[in-house]
Each structure stands twice: as structure tokens, then as C-alpha cells.
Design a protein around this ligand. Sequence first.
Ligand SMILES: NC(=O)c1ccc[n+]([C@@H]2O[C@H](COP(=O)([O-])OP(=O)(O)OC[C@H]3O[C@@H](n4cnc5c(N)ncnc54)[C@H](OP(=O)(O)O)[C@@H]3O)[C@@H](O)[C@H]2O)c1
Length: 341
Amino acid sequence: MSLWRLSEIVRTVPNSPLSLAASVLSVSFLSLYILRSRPRRTSKVAQERERVLILGATSGVGRTIAHKYASRGAYVCIVGRREAKIGEVVQECKELSSQGGFEDRILGVRGDCGNVEDMVKLREALQKAWNGLDTLVVTAGVSALQPLMTVAGVEMSPKDTVGSQATPEGIQHAVNAATAALNGNFLGPYIAAITFVPLLSYTSQSPSIMLLSSVAAVIPAPTRTLYASTKSASLLLYQALAIEHPSIAFTFVLPGTIEGDFRASAVDNPLGSSVTRIHEADPNKHGLKRDTVAARCIRAIDSGEKAVFAPLYFRAGHILYWLWPSYIEWRARVKYNFSTS
Ligand SMILES: NC(=O)c1ccc[n+]([C@@H]2O[C@H](COP(=O)([O-])OP(=O)(O)OC[C@H]3O[C@@H](n4cnc5c(N)ncnc54)[C@H](OP(=O)(O)O)[C@@H]3O)[C@@H](O)[C@H]2O)c1
């Protein structure tokens, strides 16, 4: 119901219980609106002075975010593990920022977020080049795409009363997959937070951290046991950190499937197989556009939004899971083409 509609009720039926409820609601909405509409961050950190570190910028959404910051003249540092890709993205960003004469503001540093030494060297490089940091964007992550028993090499169907069990080798294989998923999706963001939270706090007028999480971190799905649980771990880590560090604006973006090659990073091929089976519809036909997600991330950082679902209706799906879990479970089975019969 809009504020206008509420004020109409108050005006046309004064002193009724409905009018009283409408007045209370109007005041609540107004207070919420005033509280939420804080001054945009860009009034404290000008767009062309913003120092932005992007962990995971050699491809996908991180790369597009780098392009967008470069286009608006920001200082941008591109980080990833693939050296050759870093060179490419640095070149692209320099071309974009050269239109404003800012091409000397682009840095590229090879680094693995899960490696303490790499992250400390990166921090030293930023202190030397920029004297600090305003915005940390964490997009680095790895995918995991298979049903868990498949990863462990167990074949079973619900109709079986006797069937295969997980062998020690199969369990170990699944543990190795979990270790890789944890390293990519939890330890990377964990090490990044410990390395950069103090630097952001000491050197920025308006420090900000954006974690590119996933809707899978809050709505469970079949074939996503490892991916969802490790993305969920980093989301909760950053949500709790946000309370420990109120001077830093934390933003969490939770998108659904995005176009691109993310599935190539899968760490959970089944035991004895090197083939990655994709269970859902082609992300390049049905996924969100990288450009849309990147633009939404930057808008959320600029305006200090806390949690952003993309598309928005996933926010309702998140709530609905707790009210009517079987409906959401059915929808998730359909999306991932997953049948237990
Ligand atoms: N694609 C989707 O459908 C989807 C949906 C929801 C959420 N997300 C999340 O969005 C994020 C980005 O996904 P994307 O689609 O853009 O995938 P992507 O193209 O594979 O990009 C991932 C980026 O992270 C980097 N990276 C991975 N591990 C790293 C590490 N340990 N250290 C440094 N860099 C690392 C990769 O570069 P290097 O390989 O060069 O290191 C790459 O630049 C991920 O966190 C993912 O969980 C994706």
C-alpha cells in the first residue's frame, strides 16, 4: 500500500480504528524511508577518487565491475590467479579510463585470495600505490554442481533396499571436493576480510565491502550441497563482521544464475570422472546478464544497501522457504532437473 493511499484513508475516515492503523503505518513507513535514505556514499568518496580492489576480476561479473569503475575514473586494482587474464583486463580498463585521462589509475596484481602471503603482498602494493583503500569487492568463488552421493561415487535410488555404499576412496574424494570449495568460497573471503578490514577502516572516509554471494546461500537446492553451504558460510561470516565493524558499509548481493563460464570452475567432478555434468538450463541462454548484475552491485555499494536479491522476487522465495518449504523444494527440484525416483 502506498503512502498516498494511507493518507487518503486517514483523511476520509477520521477517528476510525482503520484510520488509526493507517496513521501508525504512515509514520512507520516515513521513519523507515528517512532512516534508509542516508546520503549517498559518493558525497564522501568522489567517484573519480574511489580506490577499488576487486578480488576475482579476471573474468565474469568481477571483470565487468572493473570495466564500470574504470569508466567512471576510479582507481581500480584487478586481482585473480590467471596472470595472462590480468594483463587483458588491465588493458581493457586502461582503454576505458583513458577517455578521462585516468589510465595510470589501473593496477593488476596476480594473487590467490586463499593465500595469506599473496594477500599481504597485495595490501603492501595498495598502500604504496594508493596510500589506502575505499572499496573491497569480493567476487572470487568456485562452483560445485553435483549431487553429493554422485561426487562420492555412490549410485543409489530411493527404491533400492540394498545398494552401493561410499568407499573410503569415495568419501576421501568428496572430502577433497569440500576442501576445494571451502578454500575458494570461504577461506578466500575470510583471509581477504582479515587482511583488508583494518586498511579500509584507517584510510577511507567511507569504507565499503561488497560480497558477491548467491541466492543459493539462503535457498537450498539439489546438486548445490557444497556450493550452497560454502557460499552460506562466507555470507554469514561477512554479516557477522558487519556488526563487529559498523563503520564499514557491508553489501551482500545474492543473484540467481548468471551468464558466463562459472561452471567451468567446478571442484566436485564425480570420483573417476573428469566430465562436469550441468543439471540446469543453459546459463548463457537463461541466466542474468553480467552487465545487469555488475551495475546492480555498484549501485548497491554507492547507496550503502545491505542485502540485494537479483531478481528481487528471490527475497520472497527466501521468506517462503520458512513458511512453505515443500513448495520451494519442489521449485528447486524443477530448476535443477532433479528427480529422486
Ligand atoms: N555464475 C553464476 O551463475 C553465479 C550465480 C550466483 C552467484 N555467483 C557468484 O558470483 C561470483 C562470480 O562468478 P562469475 O560468474 O563471475 O564466475 P567466474 O567468471 O568464474 O569469475 C570468478 C572469478 O574469481 C576468480 N577467482 C576464483 N578463485 C579465486 C581465488 N582463490 N583467488 C583469486 N581469484 C579467484 C577467478 O579468476 P582466476 O581463475 O583467474 O583466479 C575469476 O576472475 C562467484 O563468487 C559466484 O559464487 C555466480
